[in-house]
Design a protein around this ligand. Structure first.
Ligand code: GLN
Ligand code: ZN
Length: 762
């Protein structure tokens, strides 16, 4: 039962493939273009190659079962026999699995939501009164067999029972999923026995929920679960992995249980090092010290990491060096980036460490512990030189940006009182009651995709590209006029992505070619890397918006992405507080609003769909975050005069925790996802003292379904129960770029008709 300790590992790895091979083969399989044998052999090849890389790099314990056809939470749901009954009739296991992930014509998929505070999305298990757990370990055992056959020092990983249940949602009137904890323990015991029987020396059980606010109340359960599992006679040595923050009171609970090892994230919250030192009971454990940041892309400060390792060294029986969390959240390797570096970002690539480079850092640090720092002096020296060069780089310190920010902060970022602004704007804009508008994007047509591909391939020049985009804009403007929408948009055809578009136009950002990260299922994103002080060399959106405005007498909204969302969907610098970086981005957006205003644009929307995403996992840390986040938004939107109307847009999330912050944004008009929550959001906003104008989404754009006019009318009447007509706008839930043109036109026609009908009754 007691396996030899290991010394160097990571908690998990990317799995989509260095060139997104897994994405391609799975999507081919879904389309019927790839057969099952091909799918499975590509997947097996990716696993084999990944394990070989990790072993070659020098890890002496390799996480396995990190591969997934879609999501590790869905894998765990399948492992525990908890797939929803609506897919139970699907005979083939893989078809059943994909049905739960994506739905079919007959069944709706599981809901998807963010994995802690990352940009990865997991599928939410549904636990109902009829859910009867049972163990289905075929996948994890087959994966282990493959790894063992390859001679890999395999450490199968699995999501733990606390995290699984805490992230599940109750359905069909069931109570809290965590109340079912005792039913899962025999299954995990059984799983441990089977893994041991197949030769696993170690197992890694992931319990990131322990670092969250909810986790603060779970220390007793952690003690009970791991006390119980560690008494199993047949089992591998158990590593319980915590990450994304400090395990808090659970650290002592785990230390007091009979497990062999605990993984602790020593990066996210620097205070965790002291907590480890102060925790008795670790003296008989292997401490897996997460000193290499698994969430960001910068080369580690090896000397600081070695210092942290030195501090915790005496606290445990043994020490292994590791990443702070799974490397799922970073791209494969910097070595894939071979094109010349873009102008302005020369040399930045040398500052980066993706998954492969982080593995090297783990090995270097581990060798420093085992063989002494001299043995790896050259690695330390090179790394320190790069960090020093980065720190001294002039692009990290632009005095002009810093002086302007300091002056603005001193002057304050408030506008006139919202009620006074509303009067000024009403006079200037002359809009009807219940004005209609959309959130920004219109359907991405084939012509847009062709134009983008043609430009990239050099088949057309920039001028031709602009001409084609303008044709798209003209179409969208004409469509909105025909539909009778009151406040128009240009449709965002020129934006591949609402963050990338701005990152490509701002100094201080580096774009990559192959640095893909899994977002959910086969969907990957390539977050820009924010490396330096942010500066806007020239206007980014003005020519598109003014072109649209020239085509119509109705007001066209300028459309920008807010500072918090730009940060949330980028890799950000780690050499200054996020708040400081947010303010720099805000300044660039502010400059854009001022230019739009000067060009005659009367309404400007600054989207912040990610406001909720960066919310810290522990409530004690939240007020400070909300303070700088709303401050950055106000900085970005307070450079305009009172009769320029500022809109914002929020979506994707449960707003409960940030409801007060929505009021603090002090936008003149806030459009917000509401169709699925049945307008309840309006009562919440009222309770939080929100008194500005609001556009609760009156239909859900995540489905192709066209809402009937009377449905939209009913939503509007429900909204009018909570908000007076003078404050109410009419709009869809979110942007329309993922929708088809036909359904969009039909939906908007009903939306406008409903607004007119309700307006007539006021
Ligand atoms: N303006 C963006 C759009 O309409 C907003 C997208 C979003 O909220 N994610 O596409
Ligand atoms: Zn949205």
């Amino acid at each position: 039962m007691t396996a030899p300790n290991f010394t160097r590992t990571v908690l998990g790895v990317p799995r989509i493939g260095p060139r997104r091979e897994l994405k391609r083969v799975i999507e081919g399989f879904w389309k019927g273009a790839v057969n099952r044998a091909e799918l499975e052999s590509t997947a097996a090849g990716l696993r084999r190659a990944e394990w070989a890389r990790l072993v070659d790099a020098g890890l002496d314990s390799v996480p396995t079962n990190t591969f997934s056809y879609y999501d590790q939470m869905l894998d765990t749901t399948e492992l525990l026999g908890a797939l929803p009954s609506r897919v139970a009739g699907i005979e083939d296991p893989l078809d059943r699995y994909f049905a739960a992930a994506r739905g079919t014509a007959e069944v709706t998929p599981l809901e998807m939501t963010k994995w802690f505070d990352t940009n990865y999305h997991y599928l939410v298990p549904e636990i109902g009164p009829a859910t009867a757990f049972s163990l289905h370990p075929e996948k994890i055992l087959a994966d282990l067999d493959e790894a063992m056959a390859q001679g890999v020092p395999a450490r199968p990983t699995v999501v733990g029972p606390l995290t699984f249940l805490a992230l599940a949602k109750p359905v069909d009137g069931a109570g809290e999923p965590l109340s079912r904890l005792d039913e899962l323990l025999p299954l995990y015991r059984d799983l441990l026995a089977r893994l041991a029987a197949r030769g696993a020396q170690w197992v890694q059980i992931d319990e990131p929920v322990l670092v969250t606010e909810a986790g603060l109340g779970l220390a007793g359960d952690a003690a009970r679960v791991y006390g119980e599992l560690s008494t199993a006679a047949d089992r591998p040595s158990i590593l319980v992995a915590t990450y994304f923050g400090s395990p808090g009171p659970s650290l002592a609970a785990l230390a007091g249980s009979g497990i062999e090892a605990i993984a602790v994230d020593l990066v996210t919250d620097p205070g965790t090092v002291d907590e480890v030192v102060a925790t008795p009971g670790l003296q008989d454990k292997l401490l897996v010290a997460g000193v290499v940041d698994g969430r960001n892309v910068w080369r580690a400060d090896l000397d600081a990491a070695l210092g942290a390792l030195g501090t915790v060294l005496g606290s445990a029986a043994a020490l292994a060096v590791s990443s702070s969390c799974s490397l799922l959240h970073v791209p494969y390797t910097v070595a894939a980036e071979t094109a010349p570096e873009p102008a302005g970002a020369e040399g930045v690539r040398s500052w980066l460490a993706f998954a492969a480079e982080k593995v090297e850092e783990v090995v270097t640090l581990s060798r420093a512990l085992t063989d002494g720092r001299e043995a790896v002096a050259s690695e330390f020296g090179r790394s320190a030189a790069v960090r020093a060069a980065r720190q001294a780089d002039a692009r990290l310190n632009d005095p002009a940006v810093r002086e302007r920010l300091a002056a603005l902060r001193a002057a304050g970022t408030g506008r006139a009182a919202a009620a006074d602004r509303a009067v000024a704007q009403r006079d200037r804009l002359g809009l009807p009651l219940l004005p209609t508008t959309t959130i920004g994007s219109y359907p991405q047509t084939g012509a847009i995709r062709v134009a983008r591909a043609d430009l990239r391939a050099g088949r057309i020049d920039e001028a031709e590209y602009v001409r084609r985009m303008r044709a798209e804009i003209a179409d969208v403007v004409r469509l909105q006029e025909d539909l009778g929408i009151d406040v128009l948009v240009h449709g965002e055809p020129e934006r591949n992505d609402m963050v990338q578009y701005f990152a490509e136009r701002l100094d201080g950002f580096l774009a990559t070619d192959f640095a893909w990260v899994q977002s959910y299922g086969t969907r990957c994103v390539r977050p820009p890397i924010l490396f330096g002080d942010v500066h806007r060399p020239e206007p980014m959106t003005v020519s598109w918006i003014t072109y649209a405005q020239k085509l119509t007498d109705r007001p066209v909204k300028g459309m920008l992405t807010g500072p918090v969302t730009i940060l949330a969907w980028s890799f950000v610098r780690d050499d200054q507080p996020l708040a400081a970086t947010a303010d720099q981005v805000a300044l660039a957006i502010r400059d854009e609003t001022v230019d739009l205003e000067a060009a005659g644009v009367k309404i400007i929307q600054v989207d912040e769909p990610a406001l909720r995403e960066l919310l810290p996992l522990r409530s004690a840390d939240r007020p400070a975050y909300l303070d700088w986040a709303t401050g950055a938004f106000r900085l970005s939107t307070s450079g305009v005069v009172d009769d320029t109307q500022i809109h914002t847009h929020l979506c994707y999330s449960e707003f409960g925790d940030v409801i007060g912050a929505i009021a603090d944004l002090d936008a003149d008009v806030t459009s917000i996802e509401a169709a699925r929550s049945r307008m309840e959001i309006l009562d919440d906003l009222n309770q939080a003292g929100f008194a500005n104008q609001v556009g609760p989404g009156v239909y859900d754009i995540h489905s192709p379904r066209v809402p009937a006019q009377d449905e939209v009318e009913a939503s509007l009447r429900a909204a009018l129960d909570a908000v007076p007509a003078e404050r109410l706008w009419v709009n869809p839930d979110c942007g329309l770029k993922t929708r088809g043109t036909q359904e969009t036109v039909a939906s908007l026609r009903n939306l406008v008709a409903a607004a007119k009908a309700v307006r007539a009754t006021l």
